[in-house]
Design a protein around this ligand. Structure first.
Ligand SMILES: C[S@@+](CC[C@H](N)C(=O)[O-])C[C@H]1O[C@@H](n2cnc3c(N)ncnc32)[C@H](O)[C@@H]1O
Length: 417
């Protein structure tokens, strides 16, 4: 239906081919994902700039597709949870019309890999407003792809364990213009799985969240030390070292991009994008039993050995007795650096059970706040899922950003100490 002048109402097209690179993160991650992507592309092997993305809600960025920037995102981007290349979309919310919409678009799509056979799987993202169960939605997309492959005389092998290509289907868009999008997951699945963690602490922090936390702290690895005073399994120090060096988290050979024509001329190696940056990181925990897991995780991430011994230092230490002198002793290079940043996620109490020391926890927060007062000029950034943290900690946050870590609602907080 069309109006006239400024109140033209454009009908939402029913089915269209899509081309965007889609970066999806946790709630509120847009700004940080955008900043990280820009930084990586600037240091990539390509003479290319990244365009301003379209934002869809507060956790999705859409970029015009360029195989070079998509390669950078898929191999290096740490703050996004999923990365996909949109193929087509439909406004259908029921199974039969969706199938009818998808098949002709996918039939005409030369981005789907060719060859004799294709091992693939289909994953369903958020689709709560689709009028069928997620399994049925997955089944319909699977059937559409099988039909497309059959029309090309290709053998379709549905294989959820070792697929060459993962198709993703999800509902997207603003409330007035919701669509069902099918794309190829080019980022190697859930990106908080870095493949390195060998031991989980009792309250692990998602890698994607740790990367966001470090970005939000505005840490400059060249001039500032970083301390995680409650490092548990070492997630934050590992992400910090990776961000400082611009280290890849995926190899092209492990990604579906190795099967996609658009990526065939791109590098197969993924060197550090910030080579030569030697970060100064102190990873501490009061519990000596956490240290072996931390060391194991750092080793699995390739961050132990002589190359790193003055760069990442691990020790058993109670945050409440932390002093600048101690930091200088443990990280001698920090004497010549600017004041640094604390990045951490303290115990929240949620997983400990209601009665088990809620008061003790508040006392810990407040003693921690007092210890941090010794670090004038530093910043502290944390993710906390305890509503009483700020009051007990005793510092006023310069930034508060609601966020969720593995179902736990909380907030990123940044303090100028
Ligand atoms: C929520 S966990 C941190 C998880 C960590 N970021 C990870 O990814 O594994 C909190 C950590 O704080 C440590 N902790 C508790 N009280 C402490 C204190 N007074 N000083 C230092 N560490 C402490 C615990 O041993 C635990 O490892």
């Amino acid at each position: 239906m069309y109006g006239s002048g400024s109140d033209i109402i454009r009908p939402v097209p029913r089915n269209v081919q899509e081309t965007h690179l889609r970066l999806t993160g946790s709630g509120g991650a847009n700004r940080v994902m955008e900043a990280e992507f820009k930084r990586l592309v600037m240091r990539s092997p390509f003479e290319v700039q990244v365009d301003k993305p379209k934002r869809e809600g507060e956790s999705t960025l859409l970029y015009p597709f360029d195989a070079r920037t998509a390669w950078v995102a898929a191999c290096y981007h740490r703050t996004s949870s999923r990365i996909s290349w949109d193929l087509c979309s439909s406004s259908a919310v029921r199974l039969e019309p969706l199938f009818a919409d998808l098949v002709p678009l996918l039939m005409a799509d030369d981005r789907i890999p060719s060859g004799e056979r294709l091992r693939f799987s289909v994953e369903v993202g958020s689709a709560s407003d689709f009028e069928a169960a997620p399994l049925q939605l997955r089944g319909v997309v699977k059937n559409a792809i099988v039909e497309v492959l059959a029309s090309r005389a290709m053998t379709a092998e549905l294989d959820a364990d070792t697929p060459e290509v993962v198709f993703v289907v999800r509902r997207v868009g603003t409330p007035e213009a919701r669509r069902t999008v099918v794309g190829i997951d080019i980022g190697g699945g859930a990106r908080h799985r870095r493949g390195a963690r060998v031991a989980m602490g009792p309250a692990p922090f998602r890698e994607t969240m740790a990367a966001q936390l470090i970005m939000l702290s505005r840490w400059d690895a060249r001039t500032e030390p970083l301390i995680d005073p409650m490092a548990g399994g070492g997630t934050i120090p590992i992400e910090a070292a990776g961000l400082a060096a611009g280290a890849a988290i995926r190899r092209p050979v492990d990604l579906p991009i190795s099967r996609l024509d658009a990526f065939q001329d791109l590098p197969i190696r993924t060197p550090d994008l910030f080579p030569g940056t030697v970060p100064r990181i102190l990873a501490l925990d009061a519990d000596p039993e956490r240290i072996p897991a931390m060391v194991g995780n750092l080793r699995a991430a390739g961050l132990t050995g002589t190359a790193h011994e003055n760069s990442i230092v691990i020790a058993t230490q109670d945050v409440r007795s932390l002093t600048p002198d101690y930091v200088h002793r443990m990280l001698p290079a920090s004497r010549d650096m600017q004041p640094g940043v604390f990045c951490f996620n303290p115990p929240y109490g949620v997983r400990l059970g209601a009665d088990q020391g809620a008061k003790k926890l508040l006392t810990l927060y407040s003693e921690m706040g007092r210890a941090f007062s010794r670090f004038s000029g530093w910043r502290a950034a944390c993710f906390v899922a305890n509503p009483h943290f700020i009051e007990a900690f005793g510092h006023t946050p310069a930034m508060t950003k609601p966020a969720t870590n593995a179902e736990l609602r909380g907030a990123f907080l940044v303090f100028d100490l």
